[in-house]
Design a protein around this ligand. Structure first.
Ligand code: FAD
Length: 538
């Protein structure tokens, strides 16, 4: 059995950063176990290829949540990346840090070192922002962030103008002074290729020689001696293997898999583990509990002007954008479908935004089996204004159903299970219609396709968003951080309460969800987590 200083389970947004920074210190040997395979695939590297990876079992865990009464009984598709880079290799690349108040709330919940001012130097150091450095933004870091303001579809201007007509300010940088307003999204790409955490952090580390990355290696159990984690059991090519950790085991499997692996290893709700015949190493009912996620919905319109549908759908259009991409690494294939967006308050008495907007200059109302039809949009000139909640109060859980590591855990989202979440979404969809009714948009709208003009009453609007909403892929908090073991899984240094030699470093540790997309905060968690590990192993 081989011994490494550290074993990291998962090479995703956070795991790649931890591996990269531990390796850069030059002081340790590191083993990374990744259940998936390589990220050297065309549809992973090409930014808009995420329409293809959305259901592709070769790179995606393809989870299904339990049928959710809050979503009209739908069992939602929950994609998660299963390859080098994890979900950062299949995500929509929108780069949003979250709000200052989110992190300040994490710190004031008893987690020193996690306030926005504490984290700002790390946020700046990890990025290489094409728009340049300022008081809030950084250049020269490993993660390139592209400024898309000149590349977005011309219709984006209409959306921005309509947002301003509806009362929102134009916001030049959602990661700057304030989040509120409408603006163009920055994305994690470089020279027209996806900038996953693997590309930014892991691949440079793999060249150093002190990091061993095992792909197609599914961690099945953490090995304990008493209360100390000493290694990991994993399966690779049908073989059972073990590796020993001289210093620590670090779980970076993400918000579904980290609690799953803890539970499989005897760390979790005692009654559940007992029922499944798993010996309890350490009982903690918070493992897998407190699941928080953002849910969202699109309002889709048929326009009077051409949209990306006319470019991407016909064979000759595909040929043109394909040539443009291959020859110049530019054009629609080099971007996210979310060209622009914004943040707004559903109630002016709130102190900060509680809703996020997405503008997509194309539409995919007509489904295509096994694919998110991003590359084959609707035949008519469609576009969508999407939105998602930022800090919903609904809570779910992730719990294993058996002691077999290959059985997917049960994901219970409980979307819209509080009145507050329903009320704010109702106000929010009305605001989307307000944007669409502003002159800059109304002039170019032929008709509202979804949900359509017949859906007007509050009851119908609620029924519609329950039926059509879904995850926007930001699950967090299933191994939440906090000083009190009765309410959390890891302490503020990300060490699992009650155990030794074991940390969790990924999105599952967020004490609460953030206002916006979760990749940047996951990468940040990896960065800060690595700092904590390095401090504790001088
Ligand atoms: C379709 C989609 C679109 C998204 N769009 C955006 C966006 O536009 N902007 C944004 O900011 N965020 C977006 N997100 C969310 C963001 O990507 C995630 O929040 C973030 O990547 C989570 O990072 P993580 O490190 O916690 O987990 P992940 O990046 O998911 O990494 C976990 C890794 O661990 C591996 N693993 C898990 N279990 C095991 C095991 N037992 N053994 C070995 N390996 C294991 C997995 O295969 C995976 O590689 C999106 C996510 C998805 C899925």
């Amino acid at each position: 059995m081989q011994t490494y200083d550290f074993i990291i389970v998962g090479s995703g947004s956070a795991g790649s950063v931890v591996a990269g920074r531990l390796s850069a210190s030059g002081r340790f040997s590191v083993l990374v176990l990744e259940a998936g395979g390589t990220d050297q695939r065309f549809y992973v590297q090409m930014p808009l290829g995420y329409g293809k990876t959305f259901f592709d079992p070769a790179v995606n865990w393809n989870y299904k949540a339990e049928p959710d009464p809050g979503l009209g009984g739908n069992a939602d598709h929950w994609p998660r990346g299963k390859l080098l880079g994890g979900s950062s290799s299949i995500n929509a690349m929108v780069f949003i840090r979250g709000a200052r108040e989110d992190f300040d709330a994490w710190a004031s919940a008893g987690n020193p070192g996690w306030s926005y001012d504490d984290l700002l130097p790390a946020f700046k150091a990890l990025e290489d922002n094409e728009a340049g450095a300022d008081q809030w933004r950084g250049t020269g870091g490993p993660l390139h962030v592209t400024d898309c303001s000149r590349a977005v579809h011309p219709l984006t201007k209409r959306y921005l103008a309509a947002g301003e007509q509806a009362g929102l300010p134009f916001n030049p940088d959602f990661n700057g002074a304030s989040q509120e307003g409408v603006g163009v999204y920055q994305i994690t790409t470089k020279n027209g290729r996806r900038m996953s955490a693997a590309r930014a952090f892991l691949r440079p580390a793999m060249k150093r020689g002190n990091v061993r990355v095992e792909t197609k290696a599914l961690a099945t159990r953490i090995l304990f001696e008493g209360k100390r984690a000493v290694g990991v059991e994993y399966e690779q090519n049908g073989e059972k293997k073990t590796a020993r950790a001289g210093r620590e085991v670090i779980l970076s499997g993400g918000s579904i898999n980290s609690p799953q692996l803890l539970q499989l290893s005897g760390v979790g709700p005692a009654a559940l583990l007992g029922d499944l015949g798993i010996s309890v190493v350490h009982a903690n009912g918070n493992v897998g509990a407190n699941l928080q996620d953002h849910v969202g919905i699109n309002y889709t319109f048929k326009g009077k002007l051409p949209t990306l549908n006319q470019t991407l759908r016909p064979w000759w259009g595909k040929l043109l954008v394909g040539m443009q991409y291959i020859l110049t690494r530019s054009g629609p294939l080099s971007l996210s479908m979310n060209n622009a967006g914004g943040f707004f308050r559903t109630d002016p008495s709130m102190t900060r935004p509680n809703m996020q907007l997405y503008f997509q200059a194309f539409s995919t109302v007509i489904p295509k089996s096994g694919e998110r039809p991003i590359l084959t949009p609707d035949p008519w000139p469609g576009f969508s204004i999407g939105l998602s909640n930022c800090r919903p109060s609904s809570r779910g859980e992730v719990m294993i159903r058996s002691n077999n590591p290959r059985d997917y855990p049960r994901i219970t989202a409980n979307a819209y299970s509080t009145n507050a979440d329903v009320d704010e979404m109702l106000a929010a969809v009305k605001f989307v219609r307000k944007i669409a009714a502003m002159p800059a948009m109304a002039e170019i709208i032929e008709e509202e396709v979804l949900p359509g003009p017949s859906i007007r009453s509050d009851a119908d609007l609620i029924q519609d968003f329950r039926k059509r909403s879904g995850t926007v892929y930001h699950p967090v908090s299933t191994c939440r951080m906090g000083p009190d073991a009765a309410r959390a899984v890891v302490d503020p240094r990300l060490r699992v309460h009650g155990l030794e030699g074991l940390r969790v470093i990924d999105a599952s540790i967020f004490p609460d969800n953030i206002t916006g997309n979760t990749n940047a905060a996951s990468i940040l968690t990896g960065w800060r987590g690595a700092d904590l590990v390095l401090e504790d192993h001088k």
